[in-house]
Design a protein around this ligand. Structure first.
Ligand SMILES: Nc1ncnc2c1ncn2[C@@H]1O[C@H](COP(=O)(O)OP(=O)(O)O)[C@@H](O)[C@H]1O
Ligand SMILES: [Mg+2]
Length: 338
């Protein structure tokens, strides 16, 4: 039976699968839709994402990895299995898989994730720590005796780590990332402007109208929802300053988490980071002006990796090449199936 090498980034917001040098071949929102009447999965990924907030009573649209932990184990397993099968297609192939799972998941959940990969035909499953994958995917050489710092801002968590010689020296994680930004934006308009908006509307506002460094007061965006005053549909013009006001507290929680990692890191490595700068990965890295906000906060250069949304996925695949050289962060989770 032939062998295929797959890299899987099981993110709380997106699941990305990479094959060989060709890069991502599957990139779907981590969402699954379940029909309670027929007790069957009716959609996953992009198709299920479109149903969020729009599904009738009997259809549950589930984000099984909400907030960096597995909130629905069965659905998480099913989603992983479906994604792997979509990639493999009808080929009789037993892939080798390097998988990156959120840092907050428990040993039991990790085992469940590995099992679902095995049930989709995986021959071997390796797990890799997210910061190691993120740095590899960002093109950083993490094998040298040199400090590297990464801040990966995903959907559920922001993970910060310092590596040297292929291993993690200090790390921290906070449950403040893309989802929390969206929730804060929803809360802000509800409290300040008595306007109830949906999660996807908040997401759009964040992407089109954020600026953490130089927020302008000019009204450049529009949001719509339901007015809490009249109970009727309403729309409102918004500015970068609105979004900045809504999410600054969350961003400052991430700043505090970065500070803790600096405090845990040996001085020699802090010096390296000072010289080299720190790298931002994950979708949250695209928040406009965040790199400069962090740079101003620490006086250390902070730069956004090339294609930050794809870093972890790229890194999982690159990890096949260096797997025997990684000191920790790469644990063999399951050996060959018979
Ligand atoms: N241009 C953007 N500006 C701000 N946030 C963004 C942007 N693009 C994507 N995001 C956010 O990035 C998050 C997803 O990042 P990702 O790294 O895929 O997360 P995960 O690894 O948890 O799946 C989402 O919360 C999304 O809202
Ligand atoms: Mg991620």
């Amino acid at each position: 039976m032939s062998v295929l090498d797959l890299g899987i980034d099981l993110g709380t917001a997106n699941i990305i699968i990479t094959v060989g040098k060709s890069g991502a071949i599957l990139n779907e929102p981590t969402v699954i839709a379940f029909d309670k009447n027929t007790e069957s999965v009716i959609a996953f990924g992009q198709e299920a994402y479109k149903m969020i907030g729009r599904a009738p009573e009997h259809i549950a649209v589930i984000k099984p990895l909400r907030d960096g932990v597995i909130s629905n184990n069965d659905m998480a397993q099913e989603l992983i299995r479906l994604c792997i099968l979509k990639v493999i297609g009808k080929r009789l192939i037993n892939p080798r898989i390097v998988m990156c799972v959120p840092s907050g998941i428990t040993a039991v959940e990790r085992k469940a994730v590995v099992e679902s990969a095995v049930s989709a035909g995986a021959r071997t499953v390796y797990l890799i720590e997210e910061p190691v994958a993120a740095l590899l995917g960002a093109g950083e050489d993490i094998m040298k005796p040199f400090g590297r710092m990464v801040v990966d801002i995903g959907g559920g968590t922001s993970d910060i780590a310092v590596t040297s010689l292929g291993g993690i020296v200090a790390a921290n994680s906070v449950k403040k990332a893309g989802n929390a930004f969206n929730a804060s934006i929803q809360r802000y308009f509800e409290e300040e402007h008595r306007l109830l908006i949906g999660e996807r509307m908040a997401e759009e506002a964040k992407i089109s109208c954020a600026n953490m460094f130089w927020p302008s007061e000019e009204k450049t965006g529009v949001i719509s929802g339901r007015s809490l005053v009249s109970g009727l549909p309403a729309r409102m013009e918004i500015s970068e300053a609105d979004i900045c006001a809504a999410i600054t507290d969350d961003v400052d929680d991430i700043i505090a988490a970065i500070r803790t990692v600096f405090e845990m890191t040996p001085p020699e490595l802090v010096g390296d980071i000072y010289d080299h700068g720190m790298v931002l990965t994950g979708g949250g890295a695209l928040l406009r002006g965040l790199d400069m906000y962090i740079t101003r906060e620490f006086g250390v250069k902070c730069f956004v990796a090339n294609d930050p949304l794809g870093c972890v996925a790229r890194g999982t695949h690159m990890a096949f090449r260096v797997r025997d050289r990684l000191r920790n962060g790469f644990e063999k989770a399951s050996v060959s199936r018979l």
